[in-house]
Ligand binder design. Structure first.
Ligand code: PLP
Length: 261
């Protein structure tokens, strides 16, 4: 069967290849620490499993609205208020089958063919494949010389008339870098001059953070930057629920509605 060009462009997951190699080496008795898949080293907490069983037993097994259950969307919005002091209604929240699905939905919702999407490097490998699948063009910005953090200078150089979106991923997979509020404010200052650029802030690791640090979301910097930001998160990392496939995005209403479609 002839395959579509768009799928031929997508590379097989290098994360899964690494995991297979790790398993192989472990089976040979080698002492290996895997830096492949982002799999927390604890199990899904018991109260979550029990709540799920209760839900299934009470018949909560039917179709849901595409955007997710209203009660869940309300809880996600209220968490953004209590933890980040960010004001969103449930309408701004779209639940999906994992953060990866949410990220892909945003790219599909905002990118046309040949639009450019900035990806600070090193990056989580899936970003590139999402951009390629959408027919857009990844533009890499090397952050090696700046402690794996994006600088306003490097960002400014990467922006062109075709830039449509940027991925920010702090705390970062794979580097672990965390941007301070001041560092994010400097990035925001550049991006608000380009309101057509969608900031896709992947904050899936916001709770796996060490050294007494606290995550800042770029949406907290100002109302202007919040208007061009989509925050992506999910339960995979925080609650060790990688196999459950639950994630979400929180976005300005037009983007949320588009992703809901
Ligand atoms: C940076 C980053 N974003 C998103 C995801 C995907 O998370 P989910 O399991 O919710 O699809 C991962 C998973 O490894 C990740 O490392």
């Amino acid at each position: 069967m002839k395959l579509a060009n768009r799928i031929i462009k997508v590379k097989p997951s290098s994360t899964l290849a690494l995991v297979a190699k790790e398993k192989d080496l472990k089976a040979q008795g080698k002492d290996i620490i895997g830096f492949g898949a982002g799999e927390p080293d604890f199990d899904t907490p018991e109260h979550i499993k029990q709540a799920c069983i209760k839900g299934l037993n009470s018949g909560n097994t039917k179709y849901n609205p595409t955007e997710g259950q209203k009660r869940l969307r309300e809880i996600i919005a209220s968490r953004l208020k209590s933890e980040y002091n960010l004001d969103y209604g449930f309408e701004n929240v779209i639940v999906s089958c994992g953060a990866k699905h949410s990220l892909f939905n945003v790219i599909l919702a905002v990118c046309q063919e040949n639009d450019e999407v900035i990806i600070p490097s090193p990056y989580w490998v899936s970003y590139v494949e999402m951009v390629n699948l959408a027919g857009a063009v990844p533009v890499f910005v090397d952050t090696l010389a700046s402690g794996f953090k994006l600088t306003p200078q490097a960002l400014t150089k990467a922006i062109t008339a075709r830039t449509r979106a940027i991925f920010l991923n702090y705390p970062s997979n794979p580097t672990g870098a965390v941007m301070s509020r001041n560092e994010l404010a400097a990035i925001a200052q550049v991006l608000v001059k380009h309101p057509e650029i969608m900031i896709i802030s992947d904050e899936i690791y916001d709770k796996l953070i060490f050294d007494g640090l606290k995550n800042t979301s770029i949406a907290q910097i100002s109302e202007a930057v919040k208007k061009q930001t989509v925050i992506v998160n999910g339960v995979s990392k925080t609650y060790a629920m990688t196999g459950w496939r639950i994630g979400w995005l929180t976005a300005p209403l037009d983007i949320a509605k588009a992703c809901g479609k």
